[in-house]
Design a protein around this ligand. Sequence first.
Ligand SMILES: Nc1nc2c(c(=O)[nH]1)N[C@H]1C(S)=C(S)[C@@H](COP(=O)(O)OP(=O)(O)OC[C@H]3O[C@@H](n4cnc5c(=O)[nH]c(N)nc54)[C@H](O)[C@@H]3O)O[C@H]1N2
Ligand SMILES: Nc1nc2c(c(=O)[nH]1)N[C@H]1C(S)=C(S)[C@@H](COP(=O)(O)OP(=O)(O)OC[C@H]3O[C@@H](n4cnc5c(=O)[nH]c(N)nc54)[C@H](O)[C@@H]3O)O[C@H]1N2
Ligand code: SF4
Ligand SMILES: [Mo]
Length: 745
Amino acid sequence: MVSRRDFIRISALGAGAIAVGAGAFKVVKALSSPEEVKKLVVDLRRTPTYCEVCFWKCAGWVYKTSEGKIWKIIGNDDDQHCNGRFCPRGTGGVGMYYDEDRLKTPLIRVEERGKQVFREATWDEALDLIAGKMKKLSADYGPETMALFTHGSGSTYFTTLLKAFGTANIAEPSYAQCRGPRDEAFMATFGEEAYSPEITDIRDTKCLVLIGSHIGENMHNGQVQEMSDAIDKGATIITVDPRFSTAAGKSKFWLPIKPSTDIALLLAWIHEIIYNEYYDRKYVEKYCMGFDQLKAYVSEFTPEWAYAITTIKPDLIRKTAKEMADASPAVIVHPGRHVTWYGDDTQRIRAVAILNALLGSWGRRGGFYRPSKFALPASAIPAFKAPAKSWQDLFPGKYPLASSPVSNALIDASVPENNPAYPIKGWFVNGTNLIFTIPNQANTLKAIQNLELLVVVDTMPMEITGWADVVLPECTYLERYDTLRAAPHRKPAIALRMPATEPLYDTKSDYTIARDLSKKLNLADYFPFEKQEEMLDAQLKKAGSSLEEMQRIGVKTFEREADDLYFSDNEDVEFSTDSGKIELFSAYFEGAGFDPIPKYTPHEEPTEGYYRLIYGRAPMHTFSRTANNPNLTDLMDENTVWINPMVAKEWGLKPDQYIWLKNQNDIISDFPIKVRVTERIRWDSVYMVHGFGHAEKKLKRCFGRGVSDTQLITNVLVDPIMGGTGMRSNFVTFVTEKTEEEAAL
Ligand SMILES: Nc1nc2c(c(=O)[nH]1)N[C@H]1C(S)=C(S)[C@@H](COP(=O)(O)OP(=O)(O)OC[C@H]3O[C@@H](n4cnc5c(=O)[nH]c(N)nc54)[C@H](O)[C@@H]3O)O[C@H]1N2
Ligand SMILES: Nc1nc2c(c(=O)[nH]1)N[C@H]1C(S)=C(S)[C@@H](COP(=O)(O)OP(=O)(O)OC[C@H]3O[C@@H](n4cnc5c(=O)[nH]c(N)nc54)[C@H](O)[C@@H]3O)O[C@H]1N2
Ligand code: SF4
Ligand SMILES: [Mo]
């Protein structure tokens, strides 16, 4: 056991192997010459995959050169997620395979001459060590002391393993750091979530309202394509964003809202739509409950009231409300995706859901369609024993309406001073760079110092791997099978990922790792198939296909059982809410002590000389996972800080100048960031793309490039309803030169 962990840069290791990686990388660079391409195109073999560069999971084909080297990935024409086209990140996914900085062998933390270092290890040694420690932790504290943090495709197998071990403390950052508030809000209103891919019927919409959703920079593929088609067909786009986003550039109306005031705007829109009788009366009478209470509640929330809060002119609020009403029911007020902003996010998205209900868009063409999902038969494994303690028992009564485990609650329970009902002492981390993903890094690091075991499964030496006791190198998605993709869509479908090539170095797939560890934990019954191909084939045969067929076609789409993509006229619908209706007034929320109808509460404002830090996506990167990708760093290799010209002038900041940012708690960014002076950002805020500012030197292409927003997010507004971590209440100022004291930090 290590009492205090040092961050270890994975540097001196695997030097021999690097040369191989670099060589392979040169091959891909060389392939951009047309002659090479022509020569190689003759003998192309292709294998199906679905993309892992983001969670839209587009299905595609991986092409190889005549020497068997991975060459190119393109979209599968039969796939509803991508319609045959990959986004720049998906195309650049090849770079994940060729990245010479990849993890290459298992690593174990050891103490050498008083210094903590990693030593290379065999898989057997590494897994023995993990199994031994997990058994000991279970004996000392109970199996629930192990937590799994996971994101991405490998989640299924590690979840099976940890559940079999006896813990249900399994959290994904896609809940409390991303779409949790949205899903809870939609569940409370419609009895159903907004799903992934979202069930927004953008291709047939007449009016799309984007509140922060920056589609076009947020490159979720099918959504971007549908938005572009809708624009061609004359749909109105209304964008609410303090920044002139790419989407704002395509919009008839841009509402440059004062950040953090969206609930006021939503209430004013609801007011306009009700008091002008713009709402879909027949739909509301048939399907909704709580209308009278809502109407009385919003009576004072006029556009004039909202103007004083949001800075959006009353006339613009009125015009846009009318525009939505004119398009109804073919209108979408987008539910958003990364919605953990200000701690009242579930309520903000409740207001979005209510607005959609009034406009009659749920279940209607051009609004929200009814999804269909292929029900995959699972393999027969023993039932999991219900764990004696759940994550809710850690802090009883906290986050009462969270329907999934809250990652930050598991982290808090790893810090003894927080007095959790029982301790979390071991973390298994798969495919999530917690140091970049969870705000308040100091808290995450404190939790890590209190662990007795930290295992990290990753493909790259990221910040989180530096804190691990054991690092397990996974092969990339291009070198492995995975669970079948069976996401809901307009038609049910399945997609296969298979290895295009053998894993490079001493890396293994998620399935292999989980299966081998299950043997060492005496849990092999949960992985009845030695070979993943056999498991997939058995599963596919039960589903009326086979591994052989899926290897040929990649994607199999089925017809819907009934013609029920939208509600039919006057259809009787039973919603999965307590009342069986769409709930404009939520007795469920009220019963748990929360506002039954969303309330606007003012948030903290920046003080003199400080600006609200807001962040988002760049089309060519995904979070921190692509920051070192050779193909994508060619397109963008650092982030910039967007500053309004008025502010830049006041501070004497010049375009392209490098500065540091300092937040309200005096945290100064590790690295400097390039200034982008632009009218496209309000004067009260600054903007940057998330995922840059890496401090791991081994990430040779991205080390020290740009600034990490997470480092500056130390004030976290936690949503009391479901535990989401609001990240946009942080304020920064500019540092043009670091003092000696600051430089030493
Ligand atoms: N400050 C700030 N924080 C945020 C956000 C933000 O915008 N700003 N966004 C939030 C949102 S919306 C989300 S969804 C989360 C995303 O959170 P994460 O999914 O944690 O995001 P990444 O930073 O990309 O970290 C992914 C990790 O998985 C590794 N990885 C990539 N491919 C594989 C693989 O095939 N196998 C394994 N085992 N590992 C792999 C990468 O190397 C990397 O270490 O972050 C949230 N946190
Ligand atoms: N290229 C690319 N695409 C991605 C991803 C990626 O990493 N790269 N990640 C995917 C994932 S997991 C997610 S969750 C989504 C996230 O993408 P979205 O859900 O679309 O975006 P958000 O992060 O919620 O919002 C970012 C936008 O909100 C604006 N904003 C900031 N503060 C406020 C405010 O107070 N009010 C309003 N109205 N707007 C505000 C910012 O200016 C910015 O334009 O993107 C997905 N798509
Ligand atoms: S949207 Fe792009 S990165 Fe995401 S899965 Fe599709 S191709 Fe891959
Ligand atoms: Mo997300």
